[in-house]
Design a protein around this ligand. Structure first.
Ligand SMILES: Nc1ncnc2c1ncn2[C@@H]1O[C@H](COP(=O)(O)OP(=O)(O)OP(=O)(O)O)[C@@H](O)[C@H]1O
Ligand SMILES: O=P(O)(O)OC[C@H]1O[C@H](OP(=O)(O)OP(=O)(O)O)[C@H](O)[C@@H]1O
Length: 235
């Protein structure tokens, strides 16, 4: 059996089902509304595994699922050297969101990342601790700020309601995903010029380290043309 991991709820799940459905593969939740069980019709040998979008990168890396649908942001953030661990099979064209860096709208002198770097150094001198950036995207934010030459900051973990951390005085800036921009506006935050860290969308990934023997590889050979895809190199 080939195991296909998909998000277990919300719009990401619905749009994933629609994407496969449009290609003749029917994915469905089975059982009661609350039961995380699923079925696949239209291709023999595919087993549906319903998972949190945030856990799909780890399940791919561990080889517990062969294929998985999740955001490109989550794969890049959760997996070190992600291209060694997963192959991108397709961008699915939904789940678009931008991971951005934002500061309080009232920080009129802080427009760019250079400004942030200067403000961070001044902040440390004034307060005796580093400017705090709240995020759940630790790896992506660290790598981005390193590339941009911003060093005088600390990350504080925020797994939700991240835009509220500035008002709650637990952070001075945030890095989070935005789509309509309404949450940022409502919380009086402004995206820095040059503060786009990653443009995310939902993607179909394959696990390089999964067990592709016992028929899974043959199921993939059958599945890829159904989905209009080709096998990537090295898989
Ligand atoms: N407006 C949006 N709000 C939240 N996530 C979005 C939005 N648009 C796209 N996404 C994407 O959807 C995915 C959601 O991931 P998230 O970590 O919130 O899922 P999850 O772990 O399943 O959530 P939960 O912890 O609530 O179960 C990410 O890839 C994110 O980029
Ligand atoms: O730009 P917008 O359209 O306003 O959307 C962005 C918001 O949506 C997500 O939050 P979600 O509702 O998933 O909750 P979370 O705070 O738990 O991540 C994200 O973390 C932002 O807060």
């Amino acid at each position: 059996m080939l195991k296909l991991g998909v998000p277990s709820k919300g719009r990401l799940m619905e749009q994933t089902f629609e994407w496969f459905g449009a290609r003749g593969l029917t994915l469905a939740r089975t059982g009661s509304d609350r039961e995380y069980a699923g079925a696949v019709m239209g291709c023999e040998g595919v087993e549906l595994v319903l998972l949190s979008a945030g856990e799909i990168p780890r399940e791919l890396a561990a080889g517990r699922i062969h294929l998985g649908v999740t955001g490109s942001d989550l794969v890049r953030d959760r997996l070190a050297d992600w291209p060694d661990q997963v192959a991108e099979l397709a961008a699915l064209g939904f789940g678009h969101a931008d991971l951005i860096l934002a500061v309080p709208a009232c920080w009129v002198d802080v427009e760019t990342l250079d400004d942030l770097d200067a403000a961070a150094a001044a902040f440390r001198r004034a307060h005796g601790f580093r400017l705090r950036i709240a995020t759940k995207y630790h790896r992506l934010v660290r790598e981005f700020l390193q590339d941009q030459g911003v060093a005088d900051y600390q990350l504080v973990d925020s797994q939700g309601a991240t835009e509220g951390t500035v008002k709650n005085l637990t952070a001075e800036a945030i890095a989070d995903i935005t789509s309509s921009g309404e949450t940022l506006r409502a919380n009086h935050l402004r995206i820095l010029t040059g503060g786009l860290i990653h443009e995310s969308q939902a993607m179909l990934f394959a696990a390089r380290g999964a067990d592709w023997t016992n028929g899974a590889s043959e199921v993939l050979d059958h599945l890829l043309p159904v989905l209009g895809l080709t096998r990537p190199q090295g898989l």
